[in-house]
Design a protein around this ligand. Structure first.
Ligand SMILES: Cc1cc2nc3c(=O)[nH]c(=O)nc-3n(C[C@H](O)[C@H](O)[C@H](O)COP(=O)(O)OP(=O)(O)OC[C@H]3O[C@@H](n4cnc5c(N)ncnc54)[C@H](O)[C@@H]3O)c2cc1C
Length: 445
């Protein structure tokens, strides 16, 4: 088996390397990996044998607020609930069954939505909340700002407005995963995942050719099986006349969501958080209340740039010193912008960090800025900077890339789509490729 990779190194969304100063290791795309820890594919693949080690920070997430404190998502559900005051019982009621039944719910979260469930009761219970809007679920479940903000921040990973379904599902899944597996990341950088995958591929007799972009399916000759890790419009271009016109048109019309604007920092010292609890967390959500986060996530869908954007920040070096020179640190941060935006959000991202960590700017030794255009130039799958590889609203999840019983199969015999533009969608879980490969195998038998 040969993997043809257009870039100079393998990895796509799981690469790391130098972006700022010598000795600092930055994650070029993905940085936090609960989905690796939770994925049936990764569970079945012995990447530990190839040196992959996941680092589990003491707390998965902190969400600072303007009162100087922070909501902390702890590994323990009870400890998290205890920090939510008046909403402690409500949090336990909402998350308890989901955490308990995760093994049953996993099949819905990490597979196509359109299928007959094996655990209809647990899934039905999950679906009742998950198919709601995050704003609606937060307001009806919780009375206080702390719990509402926590759910809103996790739901904002969907990159859809929090008034749109199923934004609640993203929030619930990420919260449940914090309690089941944590929000870990690889020691040494996200690229360690790609390295271990390549080593496993080679052990199985395959190989990766880098700097080898595929310009058309025809140029591949006639292999018996082709799995395409590309966006739907790119598949239409690669296949050209071979695809039925109607299917090709649907691929070309595939809807993308907002883009990402990312800044990586080399720091002289840890981030000086006002809320000291933030220093226990691998990930920090900067966006204040539910109302503020909702406004920020609505903006890109209106072609606007939030003045106070919701910022997702990871601070790996507090828990993995191998990523920076001794005593120095990194930070990885991004916010959501309109698809393809050319607006520089650096100052707005830094204002949000300063808001909860005054003095942050003085600790910056160097920064590297990557907007939607640069993301797409590095990796053509990131169309307009959309890191979810397609809008993740209900329509975008049900018809991914088009509504078909087996979404990975194309009308061309032996040609399958396996990118994050297929179910279950964006994230480093390997399940799009795994399920596409299983479809191909079952078709071949
Ligand atoms: C800034 C950013 C932050 C993210 N953060 C997280 C996170 O913290 N946690 C998480 O789980 N996920 C995160 N993600 C999402 C995650 O990285 C992606 O969902 C995931 O990598 C998608 O996998 P994929 O295989 O579909 O595509 P990719 O990982 O994008 O890989 C596609 C590969 O195909 C290559 N390619 C494309 N076209 C061709 C061609 N014609 N010929 C040859 N090669 C080609 C590309 O160069 C690329 O290497 C993030 C993404 C970005 C961009």
């Amino acid at each position: 088996m040969v993997v043809r990779e257009g870039a100079g190194e393998p990895g796509g969304g799981v690469r790391s390397g130098a972006l700022t100063l010598p000795g600092f290791v930055h994650d070029r795309c993905s940085a936090v990996h609960p989905l690796v820890a939770a994925s049936p594919f990764f569970r079945s693949t012995p990447l530990g044998d190839h040196g992959l080690e996941l680092v589990d920070p003491p707390a998965p997430l902190a969400h600072p607020l303007d009162d100087g404190g922070a909501v902390v998502l702890e590994r323990s559900l009870a400890a998290t609930a205890a920090g939510l005051g008046e909403d402690a019982r409500a949090y336990e009621r909402l998350l308890g069954p989901l955490v308990r039944d995760w093994d049953a719910v996993e099949e819905a979260a990490l597979a196509p939505l359109l299928r007959i469930p094996r655990h209809p009761v647990a899934l039905g219970r999950f679906g009742l909340s998950a198919l709601r809007t995050a704003g609606g679920l937060a307001r009806s479940s919780f009375r206080g700002e702390r719990a509402r903000a926590l759910l809103a921040g996790c739901a904002a990973h969907s990159m859809i407005p929090l008034e749109r379904r199923p934004s609640a599902a993203f929030g619930l899944v990420l919260l449940a995963l914090a309690h089941r597996v944590g929000w870990p990341f690889p020691r040494g950088g996200a690229g360690e995942i790609a390295k271990a995958l390549v080593a496993e591929l080679e052990r199985l007799g395959g190989r990766v050719e880098t700097g080898a972009p595929v310009a058309s399916l025809a140029a591949l000759g006639s292999p018996s099986l082709v799995l395409c890790d590309v966006g739907p419009p790119a598949l239409a271009r690669l296949a050209g006349e071979r695809l039925p016109a109607r299917y090709a048109r649907r691929l070309e019309r595939f809807r993308y969501g907002p883009g990402a604007f990312k800044v990586d920092y080399a720091l002289d010292a840890p981030i000086p958080w006002t809320a000291t609890d933030c220093a226990r967390a691998g990930t920090v959500h900067l966006g204040g209340t539910l109302a503020e986060i909702a406004a920020s996530e609505r903006a890109p869908w209106r072609g606007e740039h939030a003045e106070r954007p919701f910022v997702l920040l990871a601070q790996h070096t507090l828990f993995d010193p191998s990523r920076a020179p001794e005593g120095k640190h990194t930070a990885w941060a991004y916010c959501h912008v309109p698809n393809g935006s050319g607006v520089d959000m650096t100052a707005r991202i830094e204002a949000q960090i300063e808001r909860f960590a005054p003095g942050f700017r003085e600790r910056v030794l160097a920064r590297s800025v990557t907007g939607p255009a640069e993301l797409e130039a590095e990796n053509p799958n990131l169309v307009g900077g959309d890191l979810n590889a397609g809008a993740a609203d209900l329509r975008g999840l049900l018809a991914r890339p088009v509504a078909r019983p087996v979404p990975y199969r194309t009308p061309l015999a032996g040609v399958y789509l396996c990118s994050a533009s297929t179910p279950p969608g964006g994230g480093v879980h390997g399940m799009c490729g795994y399920l596409a490969a299983r479809s191909a195998l079952s078709d071949a038998l």
